[in-house]
Design a binder for this molecule. Structure first.
Ligand SMILES: CNc1nc2cc3c(cc2[nH]1)N=C(N)NC3
Length: 371
């Protein structure tokens, strides 16, 4: 049992890295995909299934849990791990992104954000210190700084103002977090789609000597080449020996291209949300089970898969469930999609360890295109 947070680089292949984060609640094999468990649940899944698919860590959201059931209530019930029965590491987002994207934002100032709950309209204030306090009440293992996420495109002056305030908030979060050996607080690189701002943000956060670094403010609708260009300038300025987490990313293709640029951790609602909407991710590419062409197709999604949802059910049955809006449809496709994402991450980790990541990435991409 490790009492500290530590990150070990086990192998590199170009800029791609194979590593391990050791924490008291478990080890996280990187590159890692973190299923999103927004309100303390990975939607349509039992957490035992999520674990069996190979997930070492899941995500929780400060914004959702502070509104419902409330951070103090979760603490009273033993913390998020006890509440949701997930004994392994949990990373919690700070609420910055969710306030901007979900709530009716009333005010943002040096002090923090004031917003109305998207659930019942009640007014809430969240400072950097309160965000860290909430994440502590949740007993989160990896806590994210509060940052200001702005929608792109935006004027450079606006991106600069938000980036600089996020840096001041990072300092305040670091102070509020203090010294918790078995936990970590990650900074978040901001700067929009401006390379100079991204470099300034990365350099300033690197100087704070944090335990890990996220790249934020991306995957907000910008073209993939813009996101990748920001990774090129950001990753090389972040400490080589610390984990790098690309927030909200992404598709399997985004993940391959981001691992190639030095990213170690990912989270995205794509596999779970798409599953609930009838979309299957497979090694042959995406399959929309709502499409009538599957109505009498007795083949499973992939007979070679180890996942029962992928191997044992006909496309015709999945099509029927999706068309009938049956709960089992979303359950089976979410199961399939998370199985595929974790299988992809395992293939990536193996390829880096063998020094053949670029070749394997090409083979995987060709598999999607062959269909
Ligand atoms: C879905 N795309 C996405 N981009 C993000 C960017 C951020 C984030 C969450 C995201 N999700 N959380 C933050 N606290 N900051 C940056």
């Amino acid at each position: 049992m490790n009492s500290e947070f530590s990150f070990r680089l086990l192998a590199t292949d170009g800029k791609a890295r194979r590593g391990e984060i050791s924490m008291p609640r478990g080890t996280i094999r990187t590159p890692a995909f973190m299923p999103v468990g927004t309100a303390g649940t990975v939607k349509a899944m039992y957490l035992d299934q999520v674990r069996d698919l190979g997930a070492d860590i899941i995500l929780g959201n400060t914004y959702h849990l502070m509104l419902r059931p409330g951070a103090e209530r979760v603490a009273k019930l033993g913390g998020l791990h006890e509440f949701a029965r997930w004994p392994y590491p949990i990373l919690t987002d700070s609420g910055g992104f969710q306030v901007m994207s979900l709530s009716q934002l009333r005010k943002i100032s040096e002090k923090g954000v004031v917003f109305n709950s998207h659930i019942d309209g009640s007014k809430h204030e969240m400072s950097p210190e309160r965000s860290i306090e909430i994440q502590g009440l949740l007993d989160s293992d990896i806590q994210m700084q509060l940052d200001e996420c702005i929608a792109l495109p935006a004027p450079v002056s606006e991106m600069e103002r938000a980036m600089e305030m996020s840096l001041r908030w990072a300092e305040r979060c670091k102070t509020a977090f203090g010294d918790q050996p078995g936990k970590a607080m990650f900074g978040i690189v901001q700067g929009g789609d401006n390379e100079t701002l991204r470099m300034r943000s990365a350099d300033a956060l690197a100087a704070m000597n944090l335990k890990g670094y996220a790249v934020g403010g991306l995957a907000v609708g910008e073209p993939q080449d813009v996101m990748l260009a920001m990774l090129d300038v950001t990753c090389e300025r972040l400490p080589h020996e610390k984990p790098r987490y690309l927030m909200g990313v992404g598709t399997p293709d985004d993940i391959l291209k981001s691992v190639a640029r030095g990213i170690d951790m990912f989270d995205c609602v794509m596999p779970t949300r798409a599953g609930r909407h009838g979309l299957a991710f497979t090694r042959h590419g995406k399959i929309n089970l709502r499409n009538a062409r599957h109505a009498e197709d007795h083949r499973p999604l992939d007979e070679e898969s180890a996942c029962p949802a992928t191997r044992d059910y006909s496309r015709a049955y999945l099509h029927h469930l999706v068309r009938s809006n049956e709960a089992l449809g979303g359950m089976l496709l979410t199961w399939n999609n998370l199985a595929y994402y974790q299988h992809l991450m395992a293939e990536i980790r193996e390829a880096i360890a063998q020094g053949r990541f670029e070749q394997r990435a090409t083979e995987i991409t060709e598999g999607w295109q062959r269909g």
